[in-house]
Design a protein around this ligand. Structure first.
Ligand code: NAD
Length: 366
């Protein structure tokens, strides 16, 4: 296995080096002294349509970490839209700051002005650290917001649909790894029981899975544990559990040099974006270890499908029906990976790129 450090050294860590690494179209640094706004909007690719992706607010350890996050996340959105058959490009935004302390109406509306100035090239939505109320403030400044509450004509919280798609992807992975898609009695660890993780645990409990959960917030853990009879485990302990399925539903990068050797599950299927710290290293390493990884951007696409439906006049039933198709797509990706002898995340990326390339040719004749 290639050492992660070696790979990191080869990379050009300058701002433009990072932007060109995955061929991002545009990166906007947003700053406002008055409100304390520091945000980055990443537009990865707009071949299929406007770049859509949520805004995340997080206390990043450094600006470099925030840039890395927005670049990785926006790229993931391009592939998520492409593989789900949506006419959307990939984008994402991050606001640097503590979501519990640093938010204000003015800061959010100032951010909304930056989104507005992109004239629809970027459409934002809710992500980690943001609430429906925050999105309403952003909406006061720009119409390029999706994932709005039902009271404002939107599809509401996309998390239940994301959880449903993740569940479908998990069942497909179980089918491939265990020969049956039933999760009855399966030991499943869920890392992060926030919006999506909470709904996912509900679906797993209905199937009588044995559920293990962890989270930063103890109140939330107690609530989910009591409601669904899930066993609470420590935040670090989760990597050592002897489970059938590990479901990362917090932040990205949890499959890395430190955790890889500890994971014992046969399947990894969760909603978190960018689960592999370094795709080219940790993707093949999982295959080598015999762990079946359901590609994150494929199985967590339910929320995006829901939001996309909103842009065309929201229809909940069709959003769920389209999300259910993730089951079949996931099985197709496993087949492709097997046939081509490649890791599953790469198989999914290739499938998405094929669609983008073929459509870019269609559009070049317009
Ligand atoms: P959320 O903020 O509601 O939940 C995340 C939870 O993870 C929180 O409860 C947080 O306390 C916990 N957490 C953070 N770090 C942790 C750690 N180290 N160990 C254990 N728990 C930890 O966010 P969400 O909307 O549920 O999204 C979860 C993930 O899924 C994110 O990566 C997000 O980008 C991705 N995702 C969400 C959606 C959606 O519809 N909400 C769609 C696609 C992808």
């Amino acid at each position: 296995m290639v050492e992660l450090k070696e790979v990191e050294l080869k990379k050009d860590k300058s701002v433009f080096g990072q932007i060109s690494e995955h061929n991002h179209e545009k990166v906007v640094f947003c700053h406002d002294k008055e409100t304390g706004l520091k945000a980055i909007i990443g537009i990865h690719n707009t071949v299929l349509g406007p770049a859509l992706g949520g805004t995340r607010m997080w206390s990043y350890a450094s600006e470099a970490e925030a840039l890395d996050d927005v670049l990785r996340l926006s790229r993931g959105m391009t592939y998520k839209a492409a593989i789900s058959g949506l006419n959307l490009g990939g984008g994402k935004a991050v606001i640097i700051g503590d979501a519990k302390k640093d938010k204000s109406e003015a800061l959010l509306r100032r951010f909304g002005r930056f989104v507005k100035n992109l004239n629809g090239a970027y459409i934002t939505a809710e992500d980690v650290g943001m609430t429906t109320k925050d999105m309403e403030y952003i909406r006061m400044e720009t119409e390029h917001v999706s994932g709005l509450p039902e009271s404002m004509g939107g599809g509401g919280d996309p998390s239940p649909v994301t959880a449903y798609g993740t569940y479908m992807g998990m069942k497909a992975a179980a089918k491939k790894a265990f020969g049956s898609d039933s999760l009855n009695g399966k030991k499943i660890s869920v890392q992060g029981v926030g919006h999506v993780g909470g709904y996912l645990v509900e679906l797993l409990a209905k199937e009588n899975a044995q559920i293990f959960i962890t989270d930063i917030y103890e109140d939330r853990l107690r609530e989910v544990s009591a409601k669904y009879n899930a066993k609470v485990v420590g935040m670090d302990e989760i990597y050592d559990l002897d489970v059938d399925i590990y479901s990362p539903c917090a932040l990205g990068g949890t499959i890395n040099d430190n955790t890889l050797g500890r994971l014992k599950s046969k399947v990894i299927a969760g909603c978190a974006n960018n689960q592999l710290r370094d795709e080219t290293v940790h993707g093949p390493a999982l295959t080598e270890k015999g762990i079946l990884h359901a590609p994150d951007f494929l199985i967590n696409a339910g929320g995006l499908i829901n939001v996309y439906s909103e842009l065309q006049g929201y229809n909940r039933e069709s959003a769920y029906a389209q999300t259910e198709r993730i089951y079949g797509f996931t099985l197709d990706i496993f087949d492709k990976a097997e046939q081509e002898g490649i890791y599953t995340q790469l198989a999914a990326t290739k499938m998405a790129e094929q669609r983008i390339n073929s459509i870019s040719k269609v559009r070049s004749t317009y």
